[in-house]
Design a protein around this ligand. Sequence first.
Ligand code: ZN
Ligand code: ZN
Length: 272
Amino acid sequence: MEVRFWGVRGSIAVSGNKYTATGGNTPCVEILHEGARLILDGGTGLRGLGDSIGFVPIEANLLFTHVHWDHIQGVPFFTPAFNPNVKLTFIGTRRDSGSLRDALATQMRPPTFPITLDMLRAKLAFREIERDSPFQVGPFTVTPKDLNHPDGVLAYRIESGGRSVVFATDVEHGDKLDERLVELSDGADLLIHDAQYTVPEYRGEKGPSRRGWGHSAWNDAVEVGRRAGVGRLALYHHDPLRDDLGVAEIEAQARAILPHAFAAREGLSVGV
Ligand SMILES: [Zn+2]
Ligand SMILES: [Zn+2]
């Protein structure tokens, strides 16, 4: 599998000189295997992914962890969605607050956006998944796990060709590690894990307390990676406050504990 990072920033897109090495777009990761394409989340990074595909006939599956703004805002700007020769399948789970389709449709309607979901030219399909049942998407076997985040989030273990990637963005462990995620990540070749905060930030020793905001400190990511014995760990969902220097500092600290850890950066491609 090839894993490409199109958006690695959490919460809101950022731009400016101090962010150029890390990138400013919000979550979007592409996994390619045997000609199949699986897209994880549709943050602003999805726009660049769409540009790289261009206006050509494709079939693609877009798998959503949840529907917070930073994970869906790229959908209205995904060029292939405007091509009648494209087939897109949106995959997600239903919550008490509504379905994936409801969230995407709410995002795309006047007065906040002129183009509605129904006006997209691509053939759109919506697939609702059960939160605790593995399912198949082309060559990928996907195991979801429901974790702690405001309004819920799914982490996914994606397996194909004997290799495995775990995508665990937007997860809060709290005072002790969430064993469900340690189990899901067991022996994975690559774990992509929320690393939004430092411990002092999380505890409110530096700015407001971030308890209950739904995210991890980078140390949690390292601890899950260590406990699960993963092959590599990608620190992900960088805080908008975190400039390139801050990301590099966290990366160095994480590597001192787990030498195969690295900070996810926009444009990075990893063979798994
Ligand atoms: Zn997020
Ligand atoms: Zn979120």
